[in-house]
Ligand binder design. Sequence first.
Ligand SMILES: Cc1cc2nc3c(=O)[nH]c(=O)nc-3n(C[C@H](O)[C@H](O)[C@H](O)COP(=O)(O)OP(=O)(O)OC[C@H]3O[C@@H](n4cnc5c(N)ncnc54)[C@H](O)[C@@H]3O)c2cc1C
Length: 262
Amino acid sequence: MSLRIVVTVKYVPDATGDRHFADDLTVDRDDVDGLLSELDEYAVEQALQISENSDDDVEITVLTVGPEDAKDALRKALSMGADKAVHVEDDDLHGTDAIGTSLVLAKAIEKAGYDLVISGMSSTDGSMGVVPALLAERLGVPQVTLLSEVAVEDGTVTGRRDGDAASEQLQASLPAVVSVTDQSGEARYPSFKGIMAAKKKPVTSWDLSDLDIDADEVGLENAWTAVDSAAERPARTAGTIVKDEGEGGKQLAEFLAGQKFI
Ligand SMILES: Cc1cc2nc3c(=O)[nH]c(=O)nc-3n(C[C@H](O)[C@H](O)[C@H](O)COP(=O)(O)OP(=O)(O)OC[C@H]3O[C@@H](n4cnc5c(N)ncnc54)[C@H](O)[C@@H]3O)c2cc1C
């Protein structure tokens, strides 16, 4: 038996760099460094563990929808151990929202072929946490989201979802979509061997026409959601300094009480 896993991985602006909005209120992706969303590293890790624990022939494809530089995210996932990659890029994708992104991802997943889709719980930039559910709906398959443990056996995916009050043990028949949390297990670092091997792994590029998607189904003009305004956070101001000249403790307590911390 063989198992085809597609892992959706997003290329996101580096949170440690300066991030800005462009004039059309979309995220300015040109002037910032990007990287593989940290939360998607957990999804890649789970795919690799399923492969390592399986007697089946497992093939892991990593998929991203993003600009040219998004190939960096694919290379990182390939160097962790994924087998091949698909990059969907098209100028008409600029400004595509979550609904449009899920359409593009679903068409690419169908074209690539899959038994199991693994996504992150949320991206580290948009943070909507809706794409896995949208994918399951578009693909017409079960979704088992927010898993902190995942396994595949005999055509069934099982997993544990930890809530505040209880932990649920869930299962779905394949094909299915799952999303995994940051509690699912530390993601491995790519080894030197992995980094070298990744250079030779296949990366397929598709545009909208390859996926039979019309330009008027995606893009900023056709988004279901719109950003009305965006304001950058004000720069941090200097904090309050309490000098201890005998009354320091009292002043500190007064400050904390004034801020309603005590
Ligand atoms: C060049 C470009 C411009 C964009 N412009 C806009 C814009 O102007 N307005 C807007 O609302 N959105 C825009 N998007 C889409 C946006 O960045 C998100 O991909 C989309 O809105 C999904 O929201 P999210 O990231 O919060 O997803 P979540 O639901 O938080 O993501 C959950 C999981 O879905 C998967 N996933 C999400 N996005 C992608 C992706 N692109 N590729 C692969 N896997 C993915 C990952 O596994 C992720 O962990 C743009 C995307 C690109 C690539």
